[in-house]
Design a protein around this ligand. Structure first.
Ligand code: AMP
Length: 521
C-alpha cells in the first residue's frame, strides 16, 4: 500500500473504517462504567492534543516524555505526537526518581507528561533539566494536558514524515549498565505493522483484547498498531485481570500476552474451550513461553498459542506461522519452545563469536537486519556502531539456533551465558532439563563467580503446587543426564522467580542474590 507520507499516524488513519461513528475502543472508567471511543473520537481528540503541541512551538525533533498510567487518553497523546512529527518517549510507570532523572537528563524532552500525583517531583526534575512544558494526565481523564487540549481545534493535518524520521525512543530495560534509548522511525514501525497484519492474517471483523501496558513495544507497537492498521476495535483494559480477560473472549478474536498472563488465566476455572470458542488467535511474546504452558493452553482451550520474538530495537523479528499459506509453504506448524520463522523482510543469521555463520542447529549469536531494525541508540554513536556488524547486521544479544526447516529457538541472552571452567553453559538448556523433573513448575539458572571455575551455575526452582522437590535430589538427577560442567553447583527452592512487568525473569537480581555463594570471605 502507498501512503502520501510515511507518517505512521497517516497510515493508521487511512485504515480507519469508513463509518467513523463505530466504536474503536471499548474501555471503562476507573469505577468500571463502560466508556467507548469511536474512530471519530480518536481522530478528533488526538487532533486537539496535536494542536496543543503545535501551539507550544516545539523545535523540530522534540521528544515528548510520558510517564502515566495506562489510559485511552495516553494512547491519544501517542497518536497526537505522531501527528505533529515529535518523538514519543514512553516510560515505565514503575520508574522512580533516580531513573526518571536519568531518562529526562539523557533525552532532554521538550515536553514531559506525568501523573497528577507525581507532578511535584517530576516537574522539579524536568525543569532542572531544561524542559519547559510539564503537563499532567490522570487515569480518570483529569490533568492539565486535556484541560489545555480542550481549548484547541479538533482539526489537524498530520505533518509529512519520511520513513527514517524518528517516531519513538524506547529505553531498553538495561539490566546491565545504563539503559539505552532505542530510536525507532516511522518506517521501522509501519513496515513491521504491515508485515504482521499479513502474517497473522488479520481479518476485517477482528477485535483485540488489549491488556498490556503501552510503555513497551509489545502493547504499543504489536498491540495498538496491529489493531489500528487493520481498522479493528480494541477491548481496552488499563490493567490485566485474568477473569475480566476470559469474560471478554466471547466479544473478541485476538489476544496478545506475555507468558505470565497465560499462566494466570490457566489458574482460572472459567478458562474453558467454550469461553475461548470465539477467539481466532492467541499470541505470546516478550519472554519465553514454557512448553508446559503451551501444552496446557492447547488442552484447555483447543487453541495453539502462536509465539513470536522481538525486541525494542527491532520490533518483531520472528513468528510461528498463523496458517498454511502457499507463500510460506511448509511453514504451518506452531511449535512450542520455538519462536518460529524470521518474518518476511527480516534476515536472520546465527554466528559464532568471530562473526562466522554457523550451520543449522548450532547455537550462536543471533543477528538480524531489515526495514524494522532501529536507527541506533540515542546520543550513543559509539555504542550503536559496536552493536552492528558489517553489512548492517544488528547484534541482538540473544543466543539461539535455527534448525534446518528454519525454526528459530532462543536459548537466552548472551550476557546470561555461563562460562564455567572455560566451557559454555546455556542456562535455557539446563532449565529445560530441570523443568521436566517431577514436582518442578519452572526454574532459572544463573552464573555466579567461583574461585576455581570462574563461574558456576546456580539453579532456582519453583515447585508445582503441593510438590516439595528436594534440591540435592535434583542435582543428583541432573548428574546422570548432563555433562558434569553443566550441572548447577547449588539448587534453591523458591516460591516464585522475580519478574519485570513484561514477564521477563530478572536474572540480574538472582545473580546479585547469590553472587557471594562461592567466594571466600
Ligand atoms: P524488550 O526489548 O524489552 O522487548 O526485550 C527483548 C528481549 O526479550 C529479546 O531480546 C529476547 O531476549 C526476549 N524475548 C522476546 N520475545 C521472546 C520469546 N518469545 N522468547 C524468548 N525470549 C524473548
Amino acid at each position: 500500500m502507498q501512503f502520501p507520507s510515511q507518517n505512521l499516524f497517516s497510515a493508521l488513519r487511512a485504515a480507519f473504517p469508513q463509518d467513523l461513528d463505530q466504536t474503536a475502543v471499548f474501555a471503562s472508567t476507573p469505577d468500571g462504567a463502560p466508556l467507548n471511543y469511536s474512530w471519530r473520537d480518536l481522530e478528533r481528540a488526538s487532533a486537539c492534543i496535536a494542536n496543543l503541541l503545535v501551539s507550544l512551538q516545539l523545535p523540530e525533533g522534540s521528544r515528548i516524555a510520558v510517564q502515566v498510567e495506562k489510559s485511552v487518553e495516553a494512547l491519544l497523546l501517542y497518536l497526537a505526537t505522531l501527528r505533529v512529527g515529535c518523538i514519543f518517549l514512553p516510560l515505565n510507570t514503575a520508574y522512580q526518581k533516580a531513573e526518571i532523572e536519568y531518562f529526562i537528563g539523557d533525552a532532554q524532552p521538550a515536553v514531559v507528561v506525568c501523573s497528577p500525583e507525581h507532578f511535584g517531583w517530576v516537574s522539579k526534575i524536568a525543569f532542572k533539566a531544561g524542559t519547559r512544558n510539564v503537563f499532567t494526565l490522570g487515569q480518570d481523564r483529569g490533568g492539565s494536558l486535556l484541560e489545555r487540549a480542550a481549548h484547541c481545534s479538533d482539526q489537524h493535518l498530520p505533518v509529512v514524515r519520511g520513513k527514517d524520521d524518528l517516531a519513538c525512543i524506547l529505553y531498553t530495560s538495561g539490566t546491565t549498565g545504563r539503559s539505552k534509548g532505542a530510536m525507532l522511525s516511522h518506517g521501522n514501525l509501519l513496515s513491521n505493522a504491515l508485515v504482521l497484519q499479513d502474517y497473522w492474517g488479520w481479518q476485517k471483523d477482528d477485535v483485540l483484547v488489549h491488556a498490556l501496558p503501552i510503555y513497551h513495544a509489545h502493547g504499543l507497537f504489536v498491540g495498538v498498531h496491529g489493531a489500528l492498521i487493520n481498522g479493528s476495535p480494541m477491548l481496552w483494559f488499563n490493567k490485566f485481570d485474568p477473569r475480566a480477560t476470559i469474560a471478554a473472549m466471547p466479544r473478541a478474536t485476538v489476544f496478545m500476552g506475555v507468558p505470565t498472563l497465560y499462566v494466570r488465566m490457566l489458574a482460572e476455572s472459567a478458562l474453558t474451550r467454550e469461553a475461548a470458542a470465539h477467539m481466532r488467535l492467541f499470541i505470546s511474546g516478550s519472554a519465553p513461553l514454557l512448553v508446559d504452558t503451551f501444552a496446557a493452553w492447547q488442552q484447555r482451550t483447543g487453541h495453539t498459542i502462536l509465539e513470536r520474538y522481538g525486541m525494542s530495537e527491532t520490533a518483531m523479528l520472528c513468528s510461528n506461522p498463523y496458517r498454511a499459506d502457499a507463500r510460506y509453504a511448509g511453514q504451518n506448524e506452531r511449535r512450542g519452545g520455538t519462536v518460529g520463522f524470521p518474518l518476511p523482510g527480516t534476515d536472520l543469521r546465527v554466528v559464532d563469536d568471530a562473526g562466522q555463520m554457523l550451520p543449522a542447529g548450532e547455537i550462536g549469536n543471533i543477528q538480524v537486519r531489515g526495514p524494522n531494525v532501529f536507527q541506533g541508540y540515542w546520543h550513543m554513536p559509539e555504542k550503536t556502531a559496536q552493536e552492528f556488524a558489517a553489512g548492517g547486521w544488528f547484534k541482538t544479544g540473544d543466543v539461539g539456533q535455527q534448525d534446518a526447516r528454519g525454526y528459530v529457538t532462543i536459548v537466552g541472552r548472551s550476557k546470561d551465558l555461563i562460562i564455567s571452567g572455560g566451557f559454555n553453559v546455556y542456562p535455557a538448556e539446563i532449565e529445560s532439563f530441570i523443568n521436566e523433573l517431577p514436582g518442578v513448575m519452572e526454574s532459572a539458572v544463573v552464573g555466579v563467580p567461583h574461585a576455581d571455575f570462574g563461574e558456576v551455575g546456580v539453579a532456582i526452582i519453583v515447585p508445582r503446587a503441593g510438590a516439595t522437590p528436594d534440591a540435592e535430589a535434583i542435582i543428583a538427577k541432573l548428574r546422570g543426564q548432563l555433562a558434569h560442567f553443566k550441572v548447577p553447583k547449588r539448587c534453591f527452592i523458591a516460591a516464585e522467580l522475580p519478574r519485570n512487568s513484561m514477564g521477563k525473569v530478572q536474572k540480574n537480581l538472582l545473580r546479585e542474590q547469590y553472587q557471594g555463594l562461592f567466594l571466600k570471605a
